[in-house]
Write a protein that binds this ligand. Structure first.
Ligand code: GLP
Length: 265
């Protein structure tokens, strides 16, 4: 895992956005994996800004979102499809037909899950997958005890996740307790993964993911198995890690190597 510890949420968003921008500059028809939640919003704003400045184009990009609430149609204001439109798709030059979010209104959710996996495979797999992390270390909606090789499927949400996400729903509004989510195995198949986390509320989850044992009870710990996982966090989210100085030292050395390689070109 590459652990990148930055000062604040703004730097985290910029660092994360640059990974996607470089990916798309190198391969215009990249397949990117996207996430919802509050954390990626600043990264999406960065992508919108760069797109509007004509510094990057999404015209040939295909996207796959991690998850969706089961029981919500795409036009429901709390659906992740709607969120993606509002936060990103409506503001960039991506072809909406090339954007994929699991169908929350699928008549047969089981076939819909398999069809989602097939679409990812047909697109050639995901080049870079963006991730947030839940306070219980879930990724996508893979809650604790999720199989480490799981594929896209229906997942029941924990009460903790329902409570965390209640802030997006009105008091008397129906809040789903089921989801369709890419599995941990699906996420691990991405060529690169970039996980963003900010704030003290994520510090325990980050510690367990990076320094705890690989275990289904901590779904994000599965990223320890990934050959190219970049964990971009602010000081607050890093505050419970045992060895932040070492991670900062490694990252400084990485940056020197990158500069050296750029000079060779
Ligand atoms: C939801 C999403 C996750 C996201 C998590 C954390 O549960 N399904 O993909 O990582 O929320 O969200 P936030 O960034 O708002 O803390």
């Amino acid at each position: 895992m590459q652990i990148v510890i930055l000062k604040d949420a703004a730097q985290v968003a910029e660092y994360g956005a640059n990974i996607f921008i470089e990916q798309i500059k190198n391969k215009a028809n990249s397949v990117i994996g996207l996430a919802t939640g509050s954390t990626p919003v600043a990264l999406y704003q960065e992508l919108i800004k760069k797109n509007q400045q004509n510094k990057v184009s999404f015209a040939d990009v295909t996207s796959f979102n991690l998850d969706e609430y089961l029981g919500l149609k795409g036009d429901h204001p709390q659906s992740y499809r709607h969120f993606m439109g509002e936060q990103l798709f409506n503001h960039i030059d991506i072809d909406v037909n090339n954007t994929h979010v699991p169908p929350g209104d699928a008549k047969n959710p089981l076939t819909a899950c398999n069809a989602y996996e097939d679409k990812i495979t047909k697109a050639g797999g995901i080049d870079v997958q963006l991730l947030g992390i839940g306070r219980n270390a879930h990724i996508g909606f893979n809650e604790p005890s999720s199989g480490l090789t799981s594929r896209t499927r229906v997942k029941t949400l924990t009460q903790a996740t329902i409570d965390d996400n209640a802030r997006f729903f009105a008091e008397d509004e129906y809040q789903p307790h089921l989801s369709i989510t890419m599995g941990i195995g699906t996420i691990l198949d991405s060529k690169k993964v970039v996980l963003l986390a900010t704030g003290e509320g994520k510090a325990d989850a980050i510690k367990d993911m990076v320094e705890g044992p690989l275990a289904a009870i901590c779904p994000a710990s599965a990223l320890q198995l990934h050959r190219d996982a970049v964990i971009v966090i602010d000081e607050a989210a890093a505050s419970k890690l045992a060895d932040t100085e070492f991670y900062k030292h490694i990252e400084a050395e990485n940056q020197k190597l990158i500069a050296h390689l750029a000079n060779l070109k």
